[in-house]
Write a protein that binds this ligand. Structure first.
Ligand code: PEP
Ligand code: MN
Length: 301
């Protein structure tokens, strides 16, 4: 009869969760216990004291949108700006309405950067061919959830030496996420920031919410790694009215940074118009984040 069970389970059990053996051999760099300080600029540092806020529109749809948002954010002292010009979309149908601003978008960002020396840009990289050009403009390269295990892309991005945000795929275990991160670290790039952005779940408690923020992943990941774990409640919930509470819950859960979508007129956002906060909502969120962070000995920057 065909054997149905593996006899020796000690180190062959194909667990989706992290084992002691994984920590020692497979994800040893991700799990090495070092104090981490990921410096983006003199005044922008990911560590256990600061909680940097990354904010901005879903995409750099136009020059004026980007300028508006940067003017607003710099007044609030938010320095890390979302400047996405390459967008992986779930469906292939692009139109004028949904197309990326691409290289043109990077030129708009370059102009805004010239006038605002204190800001730093987070931008998503989707293809190896754009790495060199994107790295000239962006201070942090984001690898989105859909590319989490695009290992060739990961390794090429790592070679730039630039800080990287690696988002967790919405169906990935911590083991798969950390395994992908290990591919970055073996290239010698330790400027790694991990981002929880929600998981697929049978119930998300609202028809418009495609994903569910996995606060438990933030807690669990922090137990295993000293790399910063940030949270993106905007992409998790898809629903602006929930973003404030999920952001506060992320801080309470020990996140080391946040990605928050903000738009002067959310309904005009070309992609995902239900998720950005408007300026008033964003300002109120920052005040609340500051209040909740103080007793936790952390500083919103
Ligand atoms: C994004 O940040 O714009 C994005 C596409 O995120 P995710 O990969 O989490 O969907
Ligand atoms: Mn998006």
């Amino acid at each position: 009869m065909k054997k149905l069970f593996i006899k020796d389970l000690s180190n062959k059990f194909p667990s989706k969760d992290i084992t002691e053996e994984d920590i020692i051999f497979k994800i040893k760099k991700v799990c090495s216990r070092k104090n981490r300080r990921i410096k983006i600029k003199d005044n922008i540092i990911f560590d256990k004291k600061n909680i940097p806020i990354i904010a901005g529109p879903n995409g750099v749809d136009s020059d004026s949108l980007f300028q508006d948002v940067v003017n607003f954010l710099t007044k609030l002292n938010v320095k890390l700006i979302r400047g996405h010009v390459f967008k992986p979309l779930t469906f292939p149908y692009r139109s004028k309405m949904y197309d990326d601003s691409g290289i043109q978008g990077l030129k708009w960002i370059d102009q805004v950067k010239k006038q605002n020396k204190q800001i730093a840009i987070v931008s998503e990289i989707t293809e190896i061919q754009y790495i060199e050009r994107l790295a000239q403009t962006a201070d942090i390269l984001q690898i989105g959830s859909r590319n989490m295990q695009n290992l060739e892309l990961l390794r090429e991005v790592a070679k730039t030496g630039k800080p990287i945000i690696l988002k967790r795929h919405f169906g990935a275990s911590l083991r798969d996420w950390f395994g992908a991160a290990e591919h970055i670290l073996v290239e010698g790039n330790e400027n790694l920031i991990l981002c929880e952005r929600g998981v697929s779940a049978p119930h998300t408690h609202r028809v418009t919410s495609r994903f569910m923020l996995d606060i438990q992943a933030i807690v669990a990941a922090n137990e295993l790694t000293t790399f910063p774990i940030i949270s993106d409640p905007s992409h998790a919930s898809f629903w602006a009215p929930w973003v404030e509470k999920l952001a506060l819950a992320s801080v309470a859960g020990g996140c080391d940074g946040l990605i928050i979508e903000v738009h002067p007129n959310p309904s005009k956002s070309k992609v995902d118009p239900l998720q950005p906060l408007n300026f008033k909502q964003f300002k109120s969120l920052i005040l609340k984040l500051k209040k909740i962070s103080k007793p936790l000995s952390r500083k919103i920057i």
